[in-house]
Write a protein that binds this ligand. Structure first.
Ligand code: 9D3
Length: 244
């Protein structure tokens, strides 16, 4: 899969993709990440990418012309496997379903917003979709683009490579169409030492009794989800009723 990133801060992306799963996938040629400097599509002396908002107000807005020129230059032709995505605080929430859906594309072009925002005609007439990565304010779309690239890359065939990760993934995956994130059924993990500063690893995990371990993990995962993400639990658990 090819990821294109359109940004006014190309140097921002020196680093985040050199490590871990995405770095390895890039080295192996399974993903290609091409960073494009938006200013390359400006023709004035000051390489202007922004302007003041019509109607007044604080801050500056990214102009439409350089963004349209860039996208039309990077992709002279569009196709269903090529999706243009505008990262903005006003977008639909990016989640695991969106990551799965995007992982089926051949190429993605991620437009990073900056300043107070992007001229709305980019969202209306250029981007296929507008995505936000969460209900918090970032200062631009660059970190969001890195998040999307990470989440999508690791879903590509062959990228997780190691069979153990793929197995863990399938266990953790909620049923198709279930909106709960993958972490839901993940039980707490422990490794050596069995006693660290007096904090002991739960006895059951040391027992070697796999049936008992399986039940402990299920219960621990539910308990932890109840504590940290009660919104994810439905039915009896969500109502705070005791569980069987
Ligand atoms: C209320 C006026 N502005 C906030 C001070 C709105 C606003 C403009 C521009 C908020 C954020 C931004 C820049 N953010 C992004 O470009 C962005 C973003 C985000 O802020 N949160 C979550 N996901 C994303 S993706 C891109």
């Amino acid at each position: 899969m090819v990821f294109h990133v359109l940004t006014i801060f190309p140097d921002f992306f020196r680093g985040p993709f050199d490590y871990g799963v995405v770095g390895r996938a890039a080295t192996a040629g399974q993903v290609e990440i091409r960073i494009h400097d938006l200013r390359n599509w400006t023709f004035d002396r000051h390489r202007t990418v922004d302007d003041r908002p019509f109607g007044g107000g604080e801050g500056m807005v990214l102009k439409p012309e350089p963004i349209f020129r860039a996208v039309e230059d990077i992709w002279p032709g569009r196709s269903p496997g090529r999706r243009v995505i505008l990262l903005s605080a006003q977008g639909r929430l990016f989640d695991q379903d969106a990551a799965r859906r995007l992982s089926g594309c051949a190429e993605l072009l991620l437009i990073c917003g900056r300043y107070e925002g992007v001229d709305e005609r980019v969202a209306e007439h250029l981007a296929d979709e507008e995505l936000s990565i969460g209900n918090f304010v970032l200062s631009g779309g660059e970190l969001a683009a890195a998040v999307v690239i990470d989440a999508v890359s690791r879903l590509l065939p062959g990228v997780l490579g190691n069979a153990r990760s793929a197995v863990a993934e399938s266990f953790a995956a909620p049923p198709e169409g279930d909106p709960r994130p993958l972490g839901f059924f993940d039980a707490p993990h422990y490794t050596r030492p069995a006693d660290f500063r007096g904090w002991k690893v739960p006895e059951t995990l040391l027992s070697g009794n796999h049936e008992e371990i399986r039940r402990w993990r299920l219960r621990a995962a539910i308990d932890k989800t109840q504590r940290s993400r009660p919104d994810l639990l439905t039915g009896r658990a969500a109502a705070g009723e005791p569980r069987a």
